[in-house]
Design a protein around this ligand. Structure first.
Ligand SMILES: C[S@@+](CC[C@H](N)C(=O)[O-])C[C@H]1O[C@@H](n2cnc3c(N)ncnc32)[C@H](O)[C@@H]1O
Length: 292
């Protein structure tokens, strides 16, 4: 296996009509990679959907495997994960992109594919991922397959927003084939369609202590930072002032910046920066931003 994988043909595993299913080759090649001449003690598949992993287990003659999903009565949030596994493959819903309640014909409050705010989905996914980590045997692995989502023009990187439990051993990019978006024509030339998924391999390599990685977004204001140049502050000010301003107008804004607090010659600094930077040009009494 290498860090980019592509299976244009999903293989004869599970229900090929099950929406959002994955290629059985992903699971098969992972198991072959980690167990070249043996078998997992117990292979557990969480979010087993249309039975892809079950057919992989059959092909590899793994008798000790479990394939768990709401569609066979097992709830990842409410139920315990059976113990004794050294290899867990999970393929959660990509938020609410596909409704599995429709697929099952029954609603569950705990379905991770229900319509819900993104933050709630991430919280629920974190709960499941932590449960998976804790039930693994020492030395065991959790392989998680999930994609990114774009909704109403906003990009959501699920792997970035969720918590990571344990040690990341590999990050594999899986090329996405047969997407609904494949035949879609996009009017917007700037739009980059998503054609990949992420396969993360986490290893439990400590018994007691475990790493939890989280990401956070800090909303900052350039007026409140010092690690910014005067040129960049002036550029922002000119854009804010619709690209034309006198030196006084620029000064009145930037004198309130954190950078100005550390400088006794703010007006001089602004004048010097305007004069020394070819991107700023003087037209009569006003300065404009001139980007060639
Ligand atoms: C992306 S699909 C998995 C597809 C599967 N890998 C396959 O190849 O068919 C996600 C699955 O998560 C299941 N699911 C959603 N919430 C769940 C929960 N709380 N507990 C168990 N399964 C859940 C859905 O029923 C769906 O089958």
């Amino acid at each position: 296996m290498q860090s980019v994988i592509n299976y244009p043909n999903r293989g004869n595993f599970g229900d090929s009509k099950y929406r959002g299913n994955c290629s059985g080759y992903v699971i098969r090649d992972l198991i072959k990679q980690y167990y070249p001449s043996s078998k997992p003690k117990k292979f557990v598949e969480i979010f087993s959907g249309g039975g892809t992993g079950k057919d992989v287990a059959k092909e590899l003659e793994i008798n000790n495997s479990l394939h768990l999903d709401l569609n066979n009565g097992w709830d990842a949030l409410a139920d315990e994960i059976p113990t004794g596994s050294d290899f867990i493959f999970s393929h959660p819903p990509y938020w609410d992109i596909i409704s599995y309640a429709n697929q099952r014909n029954s609603y569950s409050n705990n379905d991770l594919s229900n319509k819900m705010p993104y933050e709630e989905f991430i919280k629920k996914l974190d709960i499941v991922n932590e449960k998976i980590y804790h039930c693994l045997l020492y030395g065991g692995r959790h392989a998680l397959l999930i994609g990114d989502v774009r909704k109403q023009g906003k990009y959501y990187s699920i792997i970035k927003d969720m918590m990571w439990f344990g040690e990341l051993e590999s990050h594999i990019i899986k090329i996405q084939n047969n997407c609904v978006s494949d035949n879609k024509a996009y009017n917007n030339n700037e739009f980059i369609p998503i054609k990949h998924e992420h396969l993360l391999i986490f290893r439990k390599n400590k018994i007691w202590v475990f790493n939890v990685k989280t990401t956070s977004t800090i909303k900052n204001n350039i007026m409140d930072v010092t690690n910014i140049t005067w040129r960049d502050l002036i550029q922002a000010t000119l854009q804010y002032l619709k690209n034309s301003a006198t030196i006084d107008e620029i000064y009145n804004i930037l004198v309130k910046s954190k950078k100005a607090k550390n400088n006794n010659y703010v007006r001089e600094k602004i004048r010097q920066t305007l004069n020394n930077n070819p991107n700023f040009q003087k037209v009569k009494d006003e300065w404009i931003l001139c980007v060639e």
